[in-house]
Design a protein around this ligand. Structure first.
Ligand SMILES: [Zn+2]
Ligand SMILES: [Zn+2]
Length: 113
């Protein structure tokens, strides 16, 4: 499904550091949360994908390093709905601790909790 293209008024640089991990922490967030062995993250995943939300994820720092298995494997967020939802909920909670629920809904348009 395509998102309607909205013209961008100004090109601002909107790359925020991740709000889900410490700067410089490149370990897999899901391995850490699930108390598995500390696996090295190899891809930085945008928690909310799709054309519009990928940019929002970038802008608000909704990014997490993931190991190959948790990114693209069978239990990875791109293949496993439960795992994807687990990460999205975690991200929404972190976001709402920093900002608030209204801002989350305005930016991402859906409640995952
Ligand atoms: Zn992992
Ligand atoms: Zn990804």
């Amino acid at each position: 499904m395509m998102y309607p293209k909205t013209p961008t008024k100004k090109k601002r640089k909107q790359h925020a550091p991740s709000i889900l991990q410490e700067a410089g922490d490149h370990s897999c967030l899901l391995c850490a949360l699930l108390k598995k062995e500390d696996a090295r993250g190899i891809h930085q995943h945008h928690v909310f994908g799709g054309t519009a939300n990928r940019e929002k994820s970038e802008q608000w720092g909704m990014k997490a390093w993931l190991c190959l298995e948790h990114h693209e494997g069978r239990t990875g967020v791109h293949n496993n709905r439960k795992m994807d939802m687990f990460l999205k909920q975690r991200a929404q909670r972190a976001f709402e601790e920093l900002y608030d629920h209204e801002t989350f809904m305005r930016e991402f348009g859906r409640n995952y909790l």
